[in-house]
Every structure is written in structure tokens, then in C-alpha cells.
Write a protein that binds this ligand. Structure first.
Ligand SMILES: NC(=O)c1ccc[n+]([C@@H]2O[C@H](COP(=O)([O-])OP(=O)(O)OC[C@H]3O[C@@H](n4cnc5c(N)ncnc54)[C@H](O)[C@@H]3O)[C@@H](O)[C@H]2O)c1
Length: 334
């Protein structure tokens, strides 16, 4: 298939591109580089530098490259930023997705794999989180993604031949095994890269947001899926798309606490990470992990890189090579 990947220069999109190509598909990359890195893109992939909301340019790219399926990663994804600037999130994520859907409709492209998130569930009353629990986000980021899902669901209802799958990821971790690409957000808020930045000396220490939660060691528990497993899930979901709207959790089905991640990082790197216990962060549920049985049952995908040390080892190889991410390595393309 000819596949357009939006948000291709970002963390997950850049990993997905490689996986989609390995599966034998042709990729066209699209990104406005607002938060991504040109160097994360393979040199031989056609690149469209444009905003997903730019209907006419996206439509033209879809037609020019005879695209058959879109993988839509492009979005802003900071919960805190979304609380402070909700309209930015509705503009970029929700209106951006609307523009993309309109461009797809105008170009006759009828297949979409969408990056959704466990943030669409909010604070569920029970754990693990399965797909039929109510979706009730607690921040604009989660709403911006839920509204996007809603548009896809309604479009699939109106156009019988439109196929869309929303993959609701939990926390994503790790990087490519060859350390050629990795996670590089500015600012970085994800736990594992934050720890590794402290090891690499680009931040002084890690602040643990509360150790008085009702969990065994008092710190928050999250479900970390390896980015390569997540990329596999996208390929499987794309290849098995059927008309209609489908939705799946993507996680490993169990959680690790912040203190467990710190211990795993110490085991990988061989040093204790410098950390301090800070106050709780507003809106952080104590425990979030997926019931990921539906995607296994229906699509045959399950996480295979479930030892968190593997994700940390891969990410550490990247951070050792590039403590400041892509910065300063502008000419060095994988
Ligand atoms: N990283 C996670 O743990 C996680 C968890 C759940 C869901 N997600 C979702 O996965 C997707 C990718 O996340 P990521 O961590 O790779 O983020 P990222 O910031 O690394 O990548 C996002 C990319 O999208 C691009 N982009 C943003 N808005 C755009 C627009 N309007 N037009 C064109 N390009 C645009 C950015 O330049 C960037 O390259 C996002 O949709 C995010 O909501 C991520």
C-alpha cells in the first residue's frame, strides 16, 4: 500500500515509518516540523512539509502519491499545556484531524489508522481499562482526541466504505534497537527519557511527583508499551482494516510504578538515578494500565517487548549517543 504518515518527524511516527517500510509498503511522510525533527526522517522517503489542517495541500499530496491509507500521528500531546491553552489543542488536534478527514474524503482515500490515547478514558472507576469503559477525559488533550474519534465514528457511519481504527495507546517507551532514532520532545515530560537525561547530565535530577498514592510503593503506576511493539500494532491494524470504526487499547496489560522504573533504569545504566520526591501533580490518577486483550483477540497483536529494561536499554543507547536528542546533529541523518 501507499501510506501517508502524518507527524512522521515525531517520536512514534519516525519509528512507525521504518516498520511500515519493512512490511513492504511505500511511505510518504508529512509533518509541519512544529515539534518534530527533520533528521528523524529517512533521506529516501518523500517528505511533505505541511500542516494536516491544510486541506488543499494534503489533498494534493494524497492524490499525487496515490495514497491508500493514512496513519495519523500529528498532534500536540502535553496534558499541562492543553489545560493552559485548550484552544491550541482543539485547533491543532481536533480541527487538524477534521482538515485531514476532509482532504481524505476529497481525494477518495478511505483508510485511516489514528493515534488515540488512554487519556480519552479520564479516571476510570475500575482497572484494567477495557475499551467499553466510559470515555470521560479530564483535560483538553484527552477531549481533543475523543472529538477526533467521534468525527471518525460519524464519518464511518455516513460512508459505508470508510475504514478507521483508533489505537488508544498508554505510555510509550524505548527506541529503535540500532539507536538511530529516539525520543526527543522539548520539553521532555515522559519519565524514562527524563531519567536518562539525568544520567546523561543534561538535567540535574528527576522530580518524582508524589509518593503517597494508594499503590504498593506510593508512586504512580503506568503501562509502558515499547515503541517498536506499538509500530507493529499499527501495521497489523492497517493491514486488517475493515469498513467501519474500530478501536483498541495498546499496552502490555500491566503497570510499573515510578520507583520500579527508577530501579530498572539503575539496573540498566549501573548507577542510581538522582531523584527527589516532589508534590503530586494535579490530575494524575494513581494507577492506569490497559486491558489489551481485544487487540490480541481480534487482530492477533500483543506486546512482545514486555521487559521494561529492554525499552530502557534501547532508549539509553540513544541518549548515550545523543544526550541532547537531535539538537546539534543536524547533518547526521539515519
Ligand atoms: N508518546 C506517548 O507516550 C503517547 C501516548 C499516547 C498517545 N500518543 C499520541 O501519539 C502521537 C505521536 O506522539 P509522539 O510522542 O510521537 O509526539 P511528537 O511530538 O514526538 O510527534 C508529533 C509530530 O506531529 C507533528 N505535528 C503536530 N501538529 C501537527 C500539525 N498540525 N500538522 C503537521 N504535523 C504536526 C510534530 O511536528 C511532530 O513531529 C500523538 O498523536 C500523541 O497524541 C503518544
Amino acid at each position: 500500500m501507499n501510506v501517508l504518515v502524518t507527524g512522521a518527524a515525531g517520536y512514534i511516527g519516525s519509528h512507525a515509518i521504518r516498520r511500515v517500510r519493512r512490511a513492504g509498503h511505500h511511505v510518504v511522510a508529512l509533518d509541519n516540523l512544529s515539534r518534530g525533527h527533520r533528521q528523524a526522517l529517512p533521506a529516501d522517503v518523500p517528505f511533505v512539509e505541511c500542516d494536516v489542517a491544510d486541506r488543499e495541500r494534503v489533498r494534493a499530496a494524497l492524490v499525487q502519491h496515490q495514497i491508500e491509507c493514512v496513519m495519523h500521528f500529528a498532534a500536540f500531546a502535553y496534558v499541562g499545556e492543553s489545560v493552559g491553552q485548550p484552544l491550541l489543542y482543539y485547533r491543532n488536534n481536533t480541527a487538524g484531524t477534521l482538515g485531514l478527514l476532509e482532504a481524505m474524503q476529497a481525494a477518495g482515500v478511505k483508510r485511516l489508522v489514528f493515534s488515540s490515547t488512554c487519556a480519552t478514558y479520564g479516571e476510570p472507576a475500575s482497572m484494567p481499562i477495557h475499551e467499553e469503559l466510559p470515555q470521560s477525559p479530564i483535560n483538553p488533550y484527552g477531549w481533543s482526541k475523543l472529538f477526533s474519534e467521534r468525527m471518525m465514528r460519524d464519518l464511518c457511519g455516513a460512508a459505508a466504505d470508510f475504514s478507521c481504527v483508533a489505537l488508544r495507546y498508554f505510555n510509550v517507551a524505548g527506541s529503535a534497537e540500532d539507536a538511530s532514532i529516539g525520543e526527543d520532545h522539548e520539553p521532555e515530560t515522559h519519565l524514562i527519557p527524563v531519567i536518562l537525561q539525568a544520567f546523561a547530565g543534561v538535567r540535574e535530577k528527576i522530580s518524582v511527583h508524589g509518593d503517597d498514592y494508594p499503590t504498593p510503593d506510593g508512586t504512580c503506576i503506568r503501562d509502558y508499551v515499547h515503541v517498536e511493539d506499538l509500530a507493529d500494532a499499527h501495521v497489523v491494524a492497517m493491514e486488517r482494516l475493515k469498513p467501519g470504526f474500530a478501536y483498541y487499547n495498546v499496552g502490555i496489560g500491566r503497570g510499573h510504578s515510578v520507583k520500579e522504573i527508577l530501579a530498572a533504569a539503575e539496573a540498566v545504566v549501573g548507577r542510581a538515578p538522582p531523584y527527589e520526591i516532589g508534590p503530586r501533580r494535579p490530575g494524575d490518577p494513581p494507577t492506569l494500565y490497559a486491558d489489551a486483550s481485544k487487540i490480541q483477540r481480534e487482530l492477533g497483536w500483543r506486546a512482545t517487548r514486555t521487559d521494561i529494561r529492554e525499552a530502557i536499554r534501547n532508549a539509553w543507547a540513544w541518549f548515550e549517543r545523543r544526550p541532547r536528542g537531535y539538537a546539534g546533529a543536524a547533518k547526521d541523518r539515519p
